[in-house]
Design a protein around this ligand. Structure first.
Ligand code: SF4
Ligand code: SF4
Length: 237
């Protein structure tokens, strides 16, 4: 797959190699936590694993209490969103007067903003990425005179593992058979959710996997789904 051609909206600025941007977010900005309201927050399997761990609950319980699972006919796989509060401002359930209650386990979209990352697989299946800066009108973080670079932002927000986790999903989500029109059955969609969005259960139900790191576990789970869905060896293998 080559780099996708995407028409970007005006508030999204593609970053050239080594280009820097000016941004900082801290409790002193006038808009502090405004971005934690009126938002649609899609969660990846790794987001759910980290959030559940931060809250000290199982992923299964996290999904029951905090997630909305959408199964739209036009989507290949179900989508998982964080359920927002019905408080007139559609606020995140983890917001508090002091900021984010799950800061150490906050999901990738909260870590990455204002940076955005587009990823694709090259011809050899290796993940490639480009970066953009998203400038939301309400965000005063751009008024702060703090220079940032992409690598610096990724390190500061502890994002590398989140990006790697998303890349590990690509061989499944962009599988050639899906591009050719093959669609998972309802049972396979259930398996997708039960495996990838409940990685802690997947680990504890398979004693051989207990020593794997989170990313190794995710890689293994993706490969097993590729085998089961498409009857072939996963490209992560
Ligand atoms: S500066 Fe931007 S990212 Fe930070 S709290 Fe304000 S709106 Fe959110
Ligand atoms: S998880 Fe934390 S940072 Fe993300 S929207 Fe909720 S309160 Fe804000």
């Amino acid at each position: 797959m080559s780099k996708p051609e995407i028409q970007l909206p005006e508030h999204i600025h593609p970053l050239a190699d080594q280009e820097r941007f000016t941004f900082a977010c801290h409790p002193g900005v006038s808009c502090f936590t405004e971005c934690c309201r009126d938002l649609e927050l899609a969660l990846s399997p790794y987001d759910v694993l980290r959030l559940s761990r931060e809250l000290g609950i199982a992923s299964r319980e996290f999904l029951d209490r905090y997630a909305i699972i959408e199964r739209e006919t036009e989507d290949v796989f179900p989508r998982v969103y964080l359920g927002m509060l019905d408080d007139g401002r559609t606020s995140c359930p983890f917001i508090s007067g002091q900021g984010c209650r799950v800061y150490r386990g906050r999901p990738a979209p909260c870590r990455t903003y204002p940076l955005g990352r587009g990823a694709w697989q090259d011809k050899t299946g290796r993940p490639q990425a480009f970066y953009v800066v998203q400038r939301e009108a309400h965000c005063r973080g751009f008024d702060q005179a703090v220079e940032q670079g992409v690598e610096q932002w990724i390190a500061g927000q502890d994002l590398a593992e989140y990006y790697q986790a998303n890349d590990l999903l690509m061989p499944l989500l962009h599988h050639a058979k899906l591009q050719q029109g093959c669609r998972p059955s309802a049972l396979q969609q259930d398996l997708f959710l039960a495996t990838l969005y409940q990685l802690d259960d997947f680990r504890s139900n398979n004693p051989d996997l207990r020593g794997l790191t989170d990313l190794q576990l995710l890689r293994y789970a993706v490969d097993r789904l590729i085998e089961q869905f498409f009857d072939e060896r996963g490209t992560n293998s």
